[in-house]
Write a protein that binds this ligand. Sequence first.
Ligand code: SAM
Length: 490
Amino acid sequence: MTKRKNKGYKKSGNKRNNPEKQNNKQHSPQGKSKGSPKTTNKPPRGRKGIIAEVTCTGLTKEGKGVFQWEGKELSVENLLPGETAEVIISQKGRFTNAELKRVIKTSEDRVISPSKYYYERGGCQIHHMSYEAQTRFKQHTIDQLMDPFGKPDSIITMDHPYGYRNKNTMTFGMNKKKQIISGLYAPNTHRIIPMDGSMIHDPKADEIIQTIKGMMKSFKMQPYNEDTERGFLRHVLVRVGKNSGEIMVVLVAASPMFKGKNNFIKALKKEHPEITTIILNINNRSDSMVLGDQEKVLFGKGTITDTLCGLEFEISSKSFYQINPVQTEKLYSEAIKMAELTGNETVIDAYCGIGTIGLVASQKAGKVIGVELNKGAVRDAIRNSKRNGVKNARFYQGDAGEFMVQMAARGEKADVVILDPPRSGSDEAFLSSIVKLKPKRVVYVSCNPETQARDMKYLVKNGYKVKEIQPVDMFPQTVHVESVAKLVLK
Ligand SMILES: C[S@@+](CC[C@H](N)C(=O)[O-])C[C@H]1O[C@@H](n2cnc3c(N)ncnc32)[C@H](O)[C@@H]1O
């Protein structure tokens, strides 16, 4: 658990200016600093900007440093509260953009990130913050969002907040020198940031992806080009069973015509005998979905197995599986505690994925009913139920809201509802059915506390009371927070 301090986070407006103890170390994201800062009140249009010296007064929810400039509140990546810095300010259309040039006074919360992609971020928006400061930031975020319901507990932190992701996806492309690159898309674009790994990825998964990149040239395998719609390999997804050691590699290609397939697979297995299954996924879509519908197993059984909370789970390529298994065990244990199961209850596991929460709950419940939209995940859940010898759980495929409406219409009963919806949260059909079914307890697990708070507001208006909120740090180095809340029928 971490100490609860409130340092320089942005509340509303930009009134806070809380420079903590600072030193005068210089920190230059672009390597060099040139000349003295200039300021004018009109930033030029386009890429060239003007340089301004600013002081950071808080953080946005995306983890960007907030500062005032010419009467405007702006934000910039990689700047921390209390720090002064030179920023490059430019105008693009109606938007004023800021880019960090160099930090003049650093905060005691700043750390030298172990990532060599320090300024490219790749999803780790706050890896320049000490882990202690990250957890303070997250606690503050959740405290603010949950303010209408009471004070959340202290966030459950991770002992080793690196290398935790069990699923890595890298996109392939070509740089201007016609060299093959792999990396992550820059936020909100399809521009690839070349990276050969990340501090939060499983290192073995990164290693396999780099091997594939290295093999592409000799196998004359072209990366797919979205503009010309030519080429073959779009992405590589690697899933690692952190406890079992099993590894799945998914080659996402634009076409099923895989020239030299057998030799490629043979060579990859030779380099990485630890790979237990290889899948070819065909994605000829033009949207930003990584996986297409069509799949062919090229080697192994097409799934991996992992253990979680003492149970075994079979996972297929498209099924959701929590990406941080160490913290997932803590999260699930909180959720099960909140469910207060005595062995007799009927429990609904809504948005159940491959059945993980429901199967863990089944050991302490009378009966578990799971519902999930993704057909493959439901197949996995049924298989997982059998694999673990669970006799009191049933899994159904469908929309959780519609399923609950039908349950309510049939006058069925549920004692506890556990829901774990996607980032967009639940919907009115689902929530209004909870109100009709009247379970004694609702345990709401969420990776997006904003939509969780919105849905909890509905339940509170309609007869429920929030008893406990437990944040869990499932995504260290990023701004995301997981939260589990217990609501009881008044
Ligand atoms: C955050 S995941 C949780 C999965 C599972 N509880 C776990 O911990 O692994 C959300 C799940 O909701 C499923 N889902 C999304 N929309 C849904 C809907 N309308 N009805 C049912 N399931 C849905 C997704 O396929 C995904 O498996």
